[in-house]
Design a protein around this ligand. Structure first.
Ligand code: PEP
Ligand code: MN
Length: 368
């Protein structure tokens, strides 16, 4: 159930309302959007009559029931207002949200060495990216495949963060690594394979770090939103959804199928921001740019792409990784399309072909 408060309602009245609701054994959760204040009622509200709540104050505009199984994640919970998730990075705040410029997250699948992650960070920054991604702990299908450099990789990420000024996003696979990862990461990633690891979700929900929640390999949209609900219910409101492709009948020509329709579907269901990862969705570097453009056109708030100094030699996910020159070209292409949709930050570099050749020189120099 949700109470929408009239604009101009005094703060004291909201406090009184909350006190009264607590007396009914209901937990009130106040959420302040740009234009509205809404109070979500958490608890057993089935027996409560809407009119009974409406009568509590003349400042109540409307009382609504949320009939969806996901309550806090639902669009109704914020009375139709999108959430803006502000993340602080060494270069300033970056906001994920529907009324904000497109956010670009880029970096290798795995953090392979200090030199490669620092070099990649500088290239991502130069091309206009906001966050550096890279796994220290990797969920691999085979136990014999490279599992990530763990704690050393976290230290290298911290160096890359301070050298480049980019925010860091990296995956948490196990709760035992949570505090070490949270001390370096600006955003915690929950990977597709852990989307329904409910005990991990609860522990991440108990922190206040922003969370990127990837869609499970074959998860329905409702299952995905219920996983988001676990994090929200545990007290962390900073959840960002990431569509990364799902299993369908064809896996010969694409690794997964990018569910572009998930973007407008989610828009009607939830207030949470939406990221699209065209790298894991397709598994092929040549498909990353077209799918990213489709995602922008469908209204995503952010893109996450894999970038590697030398994809042929990558320890994981090389075939889907862009090299520095193709990432710079990718940024140029998406900047034009995002400008068209009014979703490009004004001062964000929109790279010229001259800068493109300078960037390729920088990369070949630092690769030695
Ligand atoms: C990743 O981002 O490197 C990753 C493992 O992604 P996913 O969980 O979507 O497979
Ligand atoms: Mn990967």
């Amino acid at each position: 159930m949700i109470i929408v408060v009239k604009s101009g309602c005094p703060q004291e009245e909201i406090k009184l309302l909350c006190t009264e609701l607590r007396r009914w054994n209901i937990l009130p959760e106040v959420s302040r959007g740009e234009n509205k204040v809404a109070i979500g009622l958490v608890g057993d509200t089935a027996e409560i009559d809407l009119q009974q709540v409406q009568n509590l104050s003349p400042f109540i505009e409307q009382v609504l029931r949320i009939n969806k199984p996901f309550k806090r994640a639902s669009l109704e919970f914020r009375y139709g207002e999108p959430s803006n998730i502000k993340v602080s990075t060494p270069s300033g705040n970056v906001t994920f949200g529907q009324n904000h410029p497109l956010v670009v997250i880029a970096g290798p699948c795995s953090v392979e060495s200090e030199e490669m992650i620092v070099e990649t960070a500088l290239q991502v920054k130069a091309a206009g990216g906001h966050f550096l991604r890279g796994g220290a702990y990797k969920p691999r299908t085979s136990p014999y495949a490279f599992q990530g450099h763990g704690e050393s990789a976290l230290e290298w990420l911290a160096t890359a963060r301070s050298v480049s000024g980019l925010g860091i996003i990296t995956e948490v696979m196990d709760a035992s690594e949570l505090s070490a990862i949270a001390s370096v990461a600006d955003i915690l990633q929950v990977g597709a394979r852990n989307m329904q690891n409910f005990s991990l979700l609860k522990k991440i929900g108990a922190t206040n770090k922003p969370v990127l929640l990837k869609r499970g390999l074959s998860a329905t949209i409702e299952e995905w939103l219920m996983s988001a609900e676990y994090i929200l219910a545990a007290g962390n409101p900073n959840v960002i959804l990431c569509e990364r492709g799902i299993r369908t009948c064809d896996s010969k020509y694409t690794r997964n199928t990018l569910d572009i329709s998930a973007i407008p579907v989610l828009r009607n269901l939830t207030h949470l921001p939406i990221v699209v990862d065209p790298s894991h969705a397709t598994g092929k570097s040549e498909l990353v740019s077209p799918m990213a453009k489709a995602a922008i056109a469908a209204g995503c708030d952010s893109l996450m792409v894999e970038v590697h100094p030398n994809p042929q030699k990558a320890l994981s996910d090389g075939p889907q990784s862009l090299n520095f020159a193709s990432f710079t070209e990718f940024m140029r292409e998406i900047s034009h399309l995002s400008q068209f949709f009014g979703r490009w930050e004004q001062h964000q570099p929109c790279i010229t072909s001259k800068q493109l050749s300078i960037n390729s020189e920088v990369s070949s120099f630092s690769l030695r």
